[in-house]
Each structure stands twice: as C-alpha cells, then as structure tokens.
Design a protein around this ligand. Structure first.
Ligand code: ADP
Ligand code: MG
Length: 566
C-alpha cells in the first residue's frame, strides 16, 4: 500500500485511543474536569458498567456560553497557553483533548452553565461530529453524558470486560479521588443504585471511612506535618497489623494527582521494612505536595506517571517520614505479644530473634530450608508451646512448627489435589445458610459462581444481594460457611490475576487459611502427631500457601554452639 495521509476523522479516532481506553478512562477525564472547575459535588451515574452510559454532573464554574463549542474541539483548553506553562501546571487537565477524544468514540452530550449566567447551553457530539448549540434551562455547573462508548469502533468495544469488572475499576477510581479530595463529595450510582458516597466534609478520616469502612479507618495513622520538611507529605498509613495481600491500596498522589510509581511504592515498602510479613502490603493514602516545576506531569498518555526533577530526594524524604511515623506510633508485634518500639530506635524487628547470642556472633541462627520445596524428615511430636507451636524432634535436631501455617498447607494441598482430579468432596449443609452481602460483594460473587463451584461451594442466588450456601468443600465443613465464603469473595476482590487457574489456587488458599487450626488452639498429642504426619506428606511442607514458613529448624550443631560445646 502507498503512504497516504489519514483523514482527520480516522486520525482523531486513533488518537482518542490514547486517552479513552475504557469506561473508567471516560470517568477519569470527566471527574478531572469537574475538579479543575472547582466543583464541591460530583455525581457519577453509570449504566452497563459505563459502556452504555457515563454521566458526570458537577456544581463547578461551568463553561461560558460562547466557549462551549471550543470545549469539545481538539487541543482547546482554558488551562494552558504556552509551552512554558507546561512546567508549572496546577490543574489536572491541560492537553485539551479529553472531550474531543471522548466525542470521537461515543455519543456525547454536554450541558453547561457558567456560575454568573442565567441560562445554560447544550451541545451534542457523536462519532466526532459536532451538532448545534441550544439554549436550555439548567443549573450552574456542568453535566456530561457519554452514551454507547465505542459504538463506532466495534474492535475496541469488544475488548471491554464484563459490566461488573468495568464498574469495579470505576469504583476504585472514585474511591481514590475521594481520598485525594476529602472536601469534594463524590457519589456513584450504578444502574440506578447508589454504590458509593463520600461526605466531602474535608475530614480525611471521614473519606477513609467512606472508602475502607470505619473499622479500617480507625486503624490508620495520620501523618503529622514535619516542620522542616523540604516538602509536605500528608495523608494516612496503616498500622502494621492492618495488612493486605496485594499492593492495590498503596495510593500515592502527587499534588493530589493519583500516580503509579514503582520507586515511591518501594519507598513506602521500605518504611515498613521488618514490620510486615513477606508478601503483605499496607494501606496508604499519601499526598506529596511538590512545587509544580519540580515534577513533570506530561510524560504519560493517561498522566498516571510523572517524572521528578530529583527522584532520589523524593524517595528518601518519603521513606524517612513514613518510617518515623510508623516507629513513633505503631505497636510492633514480637514473639511474646505486643510491644511498642519507641521512636528513634533503629530498625524495628517484628519478631524478637530467637537466639540473639548466636545472631550477635554472626552465626547462622535458626536455619531456613535451602529449598522451599524440600521435604521434611520423619518427625516425632514432643509437645505444644503457647498453644500455637508444635515442638518436634527429627534426625537432625529440633523443629518448631507453626500449627496454623502447617494446617493451612495440609488443607491446601488436599483441596488442590481434589480440584485437579475434578472431584472436590462436598458436604451439603444440614441447614442451607443465607448470606447477605454488600452490593459490591454480591456483584463479585455472582460473577464467580462457577469458579466457586469448582472448588466446592454450591451457591444459589436468593434475590437482592442475598445468597444461599447449599454445600461447602468437605475439608472446611467445621467452619462457619458464611465467614469462609466472605473470605473467598474478599480474595477475588483483591485478586488482579486474569488467569482462571491462578484464581482457583488463590481462592483455595484463602479458604484453607480461614479453615485452618488457629493459634491459641490446644491440640492433644494425637492431634499434634496427625498434623505432623499430614505435613510430612505435603509436596511443599515448609511453607504455607501464602509463603510464610511452617517451621523453624534448629540443628544439633547449632544447639551445641548455643551451649558452648563447640
Ligand atoms: P483539558 O481538561 O485538558 O483542558 P478537556 O477536553 O478535558 O481538556 O476540556 C476542555 C475545556 O473544557 C477545559 O479546558 C475547560 O475549560 C472546559 N471544561 C471541560 N469540562 C468542564 C467542566 N466540567 N466544568 C467547566 N469547564 C469544563
Ligand atoms: Mg480535561
């Protein structure tokens, strides 16, 4: 084919893809326009996960009547004039392409009334074609309705996920905005039902509470201004005992713009060093207030990444500040219960070293297995310590076994092998149990009935957001079916993995964690023996499915060293 110049229409449809990838990108652009317009209330309505309709209504400054036509044209903006302005951006938008891009791939309608005007104007754009401006009676502020996203680019529409998944992304985006802008009231309505609301009082704790629920909010630590800090870091970090299994809730904002930044995430994780278990993540909502000229926001199509003039400096300041906050306030768990580490103490240690002498001498303390998959030798149960750990003797010394982690592993391998054979042993519940879920949880459950059935949960819809549990995997039958199911739903919610096989495994792991013997449960010697036998038979006996060790080994040699016999 010869090289030809693309028509304006084709070129703008392609360019739109940079900005508008899916319904959540539309919501993002529209919310950002409302925030830039100084709105204090933003109402978002969606239908069909945003594929059929995204409507964003605000009470911001509105668009003057004679500028509405320009607002929907490409590269038209009220937020920037020159290239120099690019290095000093104080608004979320600045490229002047969002409304035009959205209008190129949907049927868009915008109604706006400037604050001092006495009537509004309405304009439609469909597939990039702009209609006539009409005068309408409206309220001050702006409403944008986006119907039938990608109706004219079916290839794109095909790549959208289910309504529930698209909706979940939208909810997450709105939650983040609610965290970054506690003085704005955000409300999300999906298919006519309210699914989120933030109060917009300006109180950060109330915003946290709207997003994570009051229980989590009360366990978050507010960052307190450091008087001589080179820049301001504000927001909240979770106490170390409040953990998530993924990094989804590491919410970082720069000048209130949500960003993804591996280096800043790493700074936060370093601040938690030694306070969290391996593979666990905190919940944070942090805003860095930086002079606009020290951060370039124009490096990413969706502006989800930024570039710092001095990223090492930002990293260090953030890491130290969060660490100081944590050490100053957070109770740190140790082997013998909670203990507070005072501010200024160097590195926190989550678990007191078992053998401090040995460690001081730089010798190998309680040895971890060289290979995670390594099997364990036959062990003789000796007894139980603290109703949580089993003591066992092996051919090469002493083994301390975490009973909960060990049982988790045993249940997990058993359930997994049943799943792999396609014959999970189910137990019908004597009394079918009714579970009431939140709307969000119900959506998730409805979408995952099949995968749950594969791991042994037969669940029926009861109507509304209620479900009936008919049967559960026999392995977990001793446990409150409702709690186990809720744990599974939570797992799906946190799970980002698109792979169905992975999902099954993660679900199985979560269910087994719920069902496993807890710390604090006294076991008879017979039960101890049985658990140890089952663990020995596992393929990966030395770690629980979440990667934590099930046992600590103290070799005879290390005992001899401890006692000064060597
Ligand atoms: P940008 O936000 O990059 O300027 P957009 O295409 O998103 O580009 O919007 C174009 C212009 O339309 C904005 O610069 C602003 O002047 C106006 N505008 C868009 N949405 C709103 C709104 N909700 N309230 C007031 N003005 C708006
Ligand atoms: Mg914009």
């Amino acid at each position: 084919m010869k090289i030809v110049q693309l028509s304006e229409k084709v070129a703008s449809t392609i360019a739109a893809g940079e900005v508008v990838e899916r319904p959540v990108s539309v919501v993002k652009e529209l919310i950002e326009n409302s925030i830039d317009a100084k709105a204090s209330q933003i109402l978002i309505r969606i239908e069909g996960g945003g594929k059929d309709l995204v409507e964003v209504q605000d009470n911001g400054i509105g668009i003057p009547a004679d500028e509405l036509g320009l607002a929907v044209a490409r590269y038209t903006t009220s937020k920037l004039r020159s290239v120099e302005d690019l290095s000093n951006i104080g608004t979320l938008g600045f490229r002047g392409e969002a409304l035009a891009s959205i209008g190129a791939v949907s049927k868009l309608e915008i109604i706006s009334q400037a604050r001092d005007a006495d009537s509004g104007r309405k304009l439609k754009v469909a597939g990039g074609r702009t209609g006539e401006i009409q005068t309408v009676g409206s309220a001050p502020g702006t409403v944008v309705r986006v119907h039938d996203l990608f109706y004219n680019t079916p290839a794109r529409r095909k790549y959208l996920k289910t309504d529930n998944t698209e909706k979940r992304w939208i909810s997450r985006l709105i939650s983040r905005n609610a965290l970054a802008y506690p003085h704005i009231r955000f409300e999300l309505e999906s298919a006519g039902k309210r699914s989120f609301i933030s109060p917009g009082t300006g109180d950060g704790f109330e915003a946290l509470s709207a997003v994570f629920g009051p229980k989590v909010a009360t366990r978050m630590i507010a960052l307190v201004d450091a008087p001589n800090a080179p820049f301001k870091v504000s927001g909240f970090v979770s106490a170390p005992d409040l953990q998530r299994s993924n990094r989804n809730e590491l919410n970082l904002f720069v000048n209130r713009r949500w960003i993804r930044d591996a280096q800043l995430s790493a700074a936060v994780m370093q601040a938690y060093h030694g306070l969290l278990m391996v593979g666990r993540f905190p919940i944070v909502a942090l805003n860095l207030s930086l002079p606009p000229d020290s951060v370039d926001v124009n490096v990413h199509p969706a502006k989800a990444e930024v570039r710092f003039a001095d990223s090492n400096h930002v990293f260090t300041v953030l890491q130290r500040f969060v660490r100081a906050t944590l050490l100053g306030q957070a109770p740190v768990p140790t082997l013998n219960g909670a203990q507070t580490i005072s501010p200024g103490e160097g590195m926190a240690r989550p678990f007191a070293p078992l053998f401090p002498m040995e460690q001081a001498r730089g010798l190998q303390p309680a040895s971890q297995p060289a290979f995670p998959g390594q099997s364990v030798p036959l062990l003789r149960a000796v007894g139980q310590v603290g109703a949580s750990f089993l003591v066992a003797e092996g051919p090469d010394g002493l083994y301390l076994i975490d009973q909960h982690a060990a049982h988790e592993r045993v249940l997990y391998e058993a359930l997994l092998s049943q799943i792999e054979d396609g014959q999970v042993v189910r137990q019908d519940l004597l009394e079918a149990t009714k579970v009431e879920l939140s709307t969000g949880e119900a959506d998730i459950l409805r979408e995952n009935l099949t995968v749950l059935a594969e791991i042994g949960f037969d669940i029926e819809e009861f109507g509304g957001d209620a479900f009936i549990i008919q049967s559960v995997p026999a392995l977990v039958v001793d446990h409150a079916p409702e709690a186990v199911l809720k744990a599974a739903v939570e797992e799906i919610e946190e799970d980002e993995s698109p792979l169905e096989k992975e999902k099954e495994k993660r679900l199985a792991a979560r269910v087994c964690k719920r069902a496993a013997i807890k710390a604090g449960q006294i076991l008879s010697l017979e039960e101890q023996r049985r658990l140890i036998r089952d663990l020995e038979a596992c393929k990966v006996p030395r770690h629980c499915p979440h990667g934590r060790p099930t046992m600590i080994h103290l070799s005879v040699a290390s005992l001899e060293r401890q006692f000064g016999r060597r």
